[in-house]
Design a protein around this ligand. Sequence first.
Ligand code: FES
Length: 164
Amino acid sequence: MADDGSRAGRRALLVAVTGLAAIPCARLIGHAPLDSGARGWLRLANVNDLVESQPKRFAVIVDRKDGWVVEKGAEIGAVWLFLQGGKPAALSASCPHLGCGVQPTEGGFTCRCHDSKFDPIGKRVYGTAPRDLDALETRVTEGEVFVRFVRFRAGIKERVEVGG
Ligand code: FES
């Protein structure tokens, strides 16, 4: 039979393990490799990489923690970046209907999942998408383009943030 000391040790270990299990899973532990230092703001490109009205896709890459497992370099989304009137503009690459990826096509963007169409600046033209593509904030610092990456609830007309 174990003495009181080892029982107390096992009890402390059990509390520590079950306490750690209460930590939410899939918590983002940081943006890599393009973290600007401010939550949600990602350095995605140099302004010289962008072209007027010609969208380029940039993946949003993070290190993601799920329990004890750290997944390095997980793609959690993507952004279409281009110049509009000489200034950087960013659109979420996720369709506001159900979240499929949108692609640039003749005359704007298209979501092939349910055939929604958007104009070159993301305004809804037709289809089942309930709103325009989600525009994201941008800023330029010393020639680097930063985007505030935010995800929005899909399937509704209003833009409701659900996280970065
Ligand atoms: S997910 Fe894009 S139209 Fe349905």
